[in-house]
Design a protein around this ligand. Structure first.
Ligand code: ZN
Length: 344
């Protein structure tokens, strides 16, 4: 496959599980690998200038009855494991000779994209390592944490997530935020940490929406009207994101893209662009970005990995988006929302 030269605006992406993939495979961030989706060489090839790097602690027992979610890990083991994952990401930046930077402000992200430094935004996917008093949040914030998803596909002290492998189904599964969850949203607001709504169930979504003073953000989710997986957002949820001037990042997972919900890698890139079209039509050009889920899922074979991003961009361009609109989709909207959320 010939990949056209990447001449478009740099990409800032809403979600990857690269640190998890590196831990599983033992591969290095600095060497081109045939495994997974992101490493620095492939990011440079696809003009992936950076993104949200998820730190995810798995549940002790991931099995749960069909259509339900398991309990998340307990506080202390979750903190213990997070320290290792967090440290590994800081190590990558340390060892990069200035090629990778942990970013803490929107201005830093913009400077990285302009200067060719890879921007790592540290995101916690599942709030189990955060104690209800907010002390761990202070420590992790000081170390660079700037985004928190309250839950993954599980239930914890704060919220309940949706099961991923249930289709077709809506996201209204299980109870909303607990009292501790409501307090956590206020703590995150006060610290100006982004609250990510991907994975949370519908009641939790609306609870966050009624409390938060920041734009609503789903870092890696799609449109439920086009693929009825509970991980995707209903039209009503997309409208709420739009009304808050928030953002939804397009998830590249085949199971969240296809109308039939099938996990078939033979899914055309056109299906991804159709989701973008739908979300732009519903929310406007200012509220849609990318949220690849690279290294955490199966993406269309036609895209392959970060080095294949030029194929996606070419397909978006072919739909008639202007250069200005394309720039918003590729990174501009993320930077706007992060600036409004973080205040800098
Ligand atoms: Zn996720």
């Amino acid at each position: 496959m010939t990949v056209p030269p990447a001449t478009y605006a740099p990409i800032f992406d809403g979600h990857n599980d690269t640190i998890l993939s590196m831990t599983k495979t033992g591969r290095s961030f600095f060497e081109r690998s045939a495994e997974g989706h992101i490493d620095l060489p492939r990011a440079l090839e696809g003009r992936l200038g950076g993104g949200f790097y998820a730190m995810y602690v798995p549940p002790p027992d991931p099995s749960a009855p069909a259509g339900q979610v398991p309990p998340g890990p307990e506080l202390v083991p979750a903190q213990h494991e997070l320290l290792t994952i967090f440290g590994r990401l800081l190590e990558i930046a340390q060892a990069s000779n200035g090629r990778v930077k942990i970013v803490r402000t929107a201005a830093e992200i913009q400077a990285c994209l302009d200067g060719g430094t890879h921007a790592m935004l540290l995101h916690l996917e599942g709030a189990e390592p955060l104690d209800p008093e907010g002390r761990a949040l202070e420590v992790f914030y000081a170390a660079g944490l700037r985004s928190v998803g309250i839950t993954h596909a599980r239930r914890n002290a704060y919220a309940t997530g949706v099961p991923i492998r249930t289709f077709p189904r809506g996201p209204d599964i299980g109870p909303g935020l607990t009292d501790a969850g409501k307090t956590l949203v206020r703590q995150l607001n006060r610290r100006k940490v982004l609250v990510d709504l991907s994975h949370i169930n519908e009641r939790g979504f609306w609870d966050v929406a009624s409390i938060t003073d920041a734009p609503l953000v789903a870092t890696h989710s799609n449109a439920h009207a086009r693929c009825a997986n509970p991980r995707n957002l209903t039209d009503k949820q997309l409208d709420a994101v739009r009304d808050s001037r928030g953002i939804v990042g397009l998830n590249f997972a085949i199971g969240f893209l296809r109308e039939d919900g099938a996990r078939n890698p033979d899914t055309p890139i056109a299906t991804m662009v159709e989701h973008i079209d739908y979300m732009v039509e519903r929310m406007g050009i200012d509220c849609v970005g990318l949220g690849s889920d690279f290294d955490g899922t199966t993406v269309p074979a036609e895209l392959r990995d970060a080095a294949g991003l030029p194929n996606l961009v070419a397909a978006i361009q072919a739909r008639g988006y202007t250069d200005g609109d394309l720039r918003k989709l590729l990174h501009g909207n993320w930077i706007r929302v992060l600036r409004e959320t973080w205040g800098e």
